[in-house]
Design a protein around this ligand. Structure first.
Ligand SMILES: Cc1cc2nc3c(=O)[nH]c(=O)nc-3n(C[C@H](O)[C@H](O)[C@H](O)COP(=O)(O)OP(=O)(O)OC[C@H]3O[C@@H](n4cnc5c(N)ncnc54)[C@H](O)[C@@H]3O)c2cc1C
Length: 330
């Protein structure tokens, strides 16, 4: 059977899109120049949190769809290991500030003054999906394979060449879109994390002070804590910076002192694909339906299911409108 859809990219955007397309009955191949466990997606924190991404109205819709899907995966009835868990915690600000617009969506409530950590003036408490990304990416690969999809290690030099490979091509290339789609709007925002042994912390914490120069967050997994972070615009260096790691541990230990003595397990670095707005568009190129799904900044996991479902709807709508598309396996 000829491949109906090629998805470029095996990060969270590409894999989730491929899962949705394959489960909708299409024959899907994912082409990726990095293995899934070496992508930015695998290095992410990763909480459901619409951070560093625009435009607001569609981001809200995509975030909501993803929140529902991830919540469902966290209570998976088959007890498959998805890597998704619901975790309670707080976002707190050092200055008085309003709850973010997505607060009600997540069921957030404003913290009483005595719930806040020393030095914090405002905050909100909620439960949200926390994703163990190395595990979740493997779950997505397994789900794609179960739906008949497959992966190929392959670098695409140009989209003009890629569109010759299938009647539908979806570009989910993250920061790679800067060269692949010749899109100068795509910029890397480098992020670094430290993973340490969990000394017994069960709730998440995130400093959300507006304009703060440094990021501070603590994401608890059963055996590990993911500590963040950094956000360096225009920096494409994937090597961990020891000084940044030390500073991350110092900031997190100022919030939770038990972190100071925790054993370091791993350093992670990834490149957030920042763009003025997410690019979720479609065009025709040499007769092929070419869709773009990239530029998710610091919220690729948060938007993944919303964007993937929208791409899938767009593909099926285009196919339904084209009675001259016998090349597509229904
Ligand atoms: C430190 C850090 C913490 C983060 N925390 C969170 C969080 O808590 N919540 C959240 O929602 N988001 C978070 N993010 C953001 C999130 O990780 C990204 O938005 C998301 O991973 C982007 O996914 P993607 O699939 O679009 O890109 P990627 O994961 O970068 O995948 C791109 C894929 O495209 C492939 N590719 C690129 N170019 C080509 C080419 N020419 N040919 C073939 N293949 C190609 C690559 O090999 C790769 O498979 C974080 C990011 C970082 C760095």
């Amino acid at each position: 059977m000829a491949t109906s859809v090629v998805v470029i990219g095996a990060g969270v955007s590409g894999l989730t899109t491929a899962v949705c397309l394959a489960e909708s009955g299409l024959d899907v191949r994912v082409d990726t120049d990095l293995p899934p466990d070496a992508t930015t997606s695998t290095s992410a924190g990763a909480m459901w949190d619409p951070y560093l991404v625009e435009p607001g109205d569609v981001v809200e819709r995509w975030s909501w769809v993803t929140l529902s899907e991830l919540t469902e995966l966290s209570t998976d009835a088959d007890l498959r290991d998805t890597g998704v868990r619901m975790v309670e915690g707080t976002q707190e600000c050092r200055v008085p500030c309003a709850m973010p617009p997505w607060g009600p969506m997540a069921g957030a409530r404003r913290c009483a003054q005595d719930e806040l950590r020393p030095g914090y003036a405002a905050g909100w408490r909620y439960r949200a999906p926390l994703v163990d990304m190395p595990r979740y990416v493997q779950y997505l690969v397994g789900r794609l394979t179960a739906a008949g999809g497959r992966l190929r290690r392959h670098h695409h030099d140009t989209l003009d060449a890629a569109v010759r490979e299938a009647p539908v091509v979806v570009n989910c290339s993250g920061v790679g879109a800067r060269s692949l789609a010749a899109d100068p709007e795509v910029e890397a925002v480098r992020g670094q994390l430290v993973v340490v042994e969990n000394p017994g912390i069960r709730t998440f914490f995130c400093d959300d002070t507006p304009g703060a120069e440094e990021l501070t967050y603590i994401y608890p997994h059963p055996d590990a804590l993911v500590l963040g972070g950094t956000a360096d615009r225009g920096n494409w260096d994937l090597r961990p910076d020891p000084a940044a790691a030390e500073a991350i541990i110092r900031r997190c230990a100022a919030v939770e002192p038990s972190i100071a003595a925790a054993r370091v397990m791993e350093h992670r670095v990834g490149l957030r694909p920042a763009r003025t707005t997410v690019r979720l568009t479609q065009e025709r190129r040499d007769g092929t339906l070419l869709l773009h799904n990239y530029g998710h900044g610091g919220a690729g996991i948060t938007l993944s299911w919303g964007c993937a479902r929208e791409i899938t709807e767009r593909v099926h709508k285009a196919l339904a409108e084209e009675s001259t598309a016998p090349w597509i396996t229904p």
